[in-house]
Design a protein around this ligand. Structure first.
Ligand code: COA
Length: 217
């Protein structure tokens, strides 16, 4: 089946592929806290609008997609942050109004998002640019093991090699194989967990992985 990789340039794509992302990632306590009720169609539209706002606000964000050209369906997407010239400010995770039931749920989401990104931010603080972050990578369960993830990875690793950038990713167990094949190595195995009053136990366990610059391989 013909697969085509391209950049996401049309905001109208977001509501189309947001459901596939959440179906692919499910279940994840972390994802459910940051994007609540994400299997509900109305909430998926809200979360899709949040992805569009975030992309518009943060110039480092690039989304790429793989389309099955026979059905015209988007079957896999990735979100990359390409940090070239300037270290971006660290901002709190956010979503459109109506994302969370109340302020406590929002604070919890922001707290565990900080836990999720803690190793990424340490690298960004301590290492020289350029740095490429693979922030989201999902392939619809019906289309996994067909090379879609590999196609998505190729875009990011090509960009990283062209820029001689360091690359990082917070990987699930499923993603780890793909990233190792693409030159990443595990640096930390860590838990996502809230802090202080916002500690509700471990939501997910991930691998923080780093891919060296082309010149350092
Ligand atoms: C991880 C993911 C993106 C891989 O996408 P994919 O399109 O299936 O990947 P590919 O078909 O290109 O496979 C790449 C390699 O990884 C292996 N692989 C893919 N999924 C795997 C899994 N769940 N467990 C173990 N290995 C896996 C494949 O066997 C292949 O190896 P090979 O080329 O040596 O045979 C996809 O499984 C997914 O979306 N999972 C759920 C969401 C998730 O965990 N995303 C990663 C977040 S960091």
């Amino acid at each position: 089946m013909p697969l085509e990789h391209s950049l996401v340039t049309d905001d109208a794509d977001f509501p189309k592929f947001t459901p596939l992302m959440f179906e692919a990632i499910h279940p994840s306590g972390f994802v459910d806290a940051c994007w609540p009720n994400n299997l509900n169609a109305e909430m998926q539209k809200l979360h899709a609008s949040g992805f569009v706002s975030h992309k518009s606000m943060d110039p480092t964000v690039t989304w790429t997609k793989v389309t099955d050209t026979e059905t015209n369906e988007i079957i896999g997407v990735a979100q990359w942050l390409v940090l070239k010239d300037q270290k971006p400010p660290e901002y709190d995770f956010d979503g459109p109004p109506g994302t969370w039931e109340n302020d406590t749920e929002k604070k919890y989401a922001q707290d565990i998002y900080r836990s999720f990104t803690r190793h990424r931010h340490e690298v960004i603080r301590n290492e020289d640019l350029p740095i490429v972050v693979l922030s989201i990578m999902t392939v619809h369960p019906k289309h996994q093991y067909r090379g879609v993830g590999t196609l998505l990875m190729q875009w990011g690793t090509n960009v990283a090699d062209e820029l001689n950038a360091l690359s990082v990713v917070e990987a699930t167990q499923a993603g780890r194989w793909l990233y190792e094949k693409s030159g990443f190595a595990v640096k930390h195995h860590y838990a996502i967990q809230g802090s202080g009053e916002l500690d509700r136990g471990v939501t997910d366990r991930l691998f923080f992985m780093i891919r060296p610059r082309k010149s350092e391989k």
